[in-house]
Design a binder for this molecule. Structure first.
Ligand SMILES: [Zn+2]
Length: 101
């Protein structure tokens, strides 16, 4: 079940799209604290959209959500604004194969 608080302008963020954004835009993705390159995105289940949190900020009159993830080694938390992720996804649509491992 998808909570209203986890949609951004009626959209949810799939794990595959989140990974595609991170692997394309955010490489090398090294943790600034411990230099590890292993991040975990909190999810309720493998099929559910990724968990989003309210940032408390408003961007272009829209309450901004954040994608949070933590470093698997030291637990450092990083977050990305959803508006940037969706802007990128809109400009870089998936090419059809949803297999992102
Ligand atoms: Zn770390």
């Amino acid at each position: 079940m998808i909570e209203d608080s986890e949609t951004y302008l009626g959209r949810t963020l799939s794990f595959g799209d989140a990974v595609r954004f991170l692997e394309t835009v955010c490489q090398p993705g090294v943790c600034p604290i411990c230099n590890a390159k292993s991040w975990q995105i909190p999810m309720q289940s493998a099929e559910s959209p990724v968990s989003l949190v309210q940032s408390g900020l408003t961007f272009h009159s829209v309450p901004e959500l954040e994608l949070k993830m933590f470093c698997n080694k030291c637990g450092f938390l990083r977050s990305h604004s959803l508006s940037f992720i969706f802007n990128w996804l809109d400009q870089n649509p998936a090419d059809g194969d949803g297999s992102n491992e």
